[in-house]
Design a protein around this ligand. Sequence first.
Ligand code: ADP
Ligand code: MG
Length: 361
Amino acid sequence: MTNRARGLLLTLLTVAAGPRDLSARGAALTRYEYAEPHMGTRFRIVFYAPDKTAADQAARAAFERIEALNHIMSDYLSTSELERLSRASGGGPVKVSEDLFRVLAAAQEIARRSSGAFDITVGPVVLLWRRARRQHELPDHESLAKALEKVGYLNLVLDPNARTARLLKPGMQLDLGAVGKGYADDEALKVLARFGIRRALVAGGGDIAVADPPPGRKWWRIAIEPLDSSTNAAARFVLLRRAAISTSGDSEQHAEIAGVRYSHVVDPRTGLALTGRRSVTVVARRGTLSDGLATAASVLGPEKGLKLIKNTPGAGVFYAEERSSGVSTYEYRFPPFVLVQPSGPIGLRTTSRKRSAARTP
Ligand code: ADP
Ligand code: MG
């Protein structure tokens, strides 16, 4: 999975040691924070727990779950379940794990609702653009046309009763890069909940899912990085609880070829990488959804993208796009946010952008 930390920043919620309060059984809660590289990006887990032993154990289990999901969903590991499924394309239905089925089903729903602007069968085209970015040379017309023949979400057929997936055309290649981290965030929160930890946040790069807020607070506070982070634009902080937020943009992953900036997000209907600068932040009830919808809205553009979000219960969007006249922004049902000037109140600190600590290409 190609995934970079980008777009969203976690704010340090409190000064110094952080607030302490009492758990249900009366034990004091302390803030714990962990980070590990997974899925080609940095995963951060922040939560409040009664003691370090319990915290370490829960964090370990959550990271193990994320790594197990990587072995299911990665398109970089030839042994992953996803890769095995892709290799079976053109054949009959393949029985898949519950996790894979759930992600595939969620992805197909977003594909359908975005009329194919979001499409996890886009793999063959993505591979061409990955090479193009490395070699600074555009894919040739013929290769793109050939790759496009294998793309189309209607060629991925799911059967919920048998829990199978079937790829109708040979040479198809699935790519969960645009939903996998969101799903991993959701699942990691579930693991923490099984350990009784509910005041928790899991961030896979720019995809963040939160459960209950920190003790004594109503919200988790998440910063959205401005489209042009070199400017002194005021930071926007989104206030969230029991929700997820994702940004799709190209601030860390793009290539300039012959003076044009090409994103790692492609339009599956044309086979072309997106050009121009935009940053699309989506809030939704689950990470799988916020992650997928942010990518979908990027491809759809502001008008259709906002419409897609409007038709999604509980979802909101903040869309920033660079035009010749400057940055245009659009938003819909965005959650409460606060603007903080660069010289904001003392005690509030934001972390700097977290680039991936290690990549697993
Ligand atoms: P990131 O992975 O940087 O968080 P996204 O969530 O937008 O960003 O996912 C981008 C990745 O999704 C690409 O690197 C590629 O693997 C895949 N992808 C690109 N275009 C599409 C698309 N139109 N639909 C679904 N997946 C896509
Ligand atoms: Mg996404």
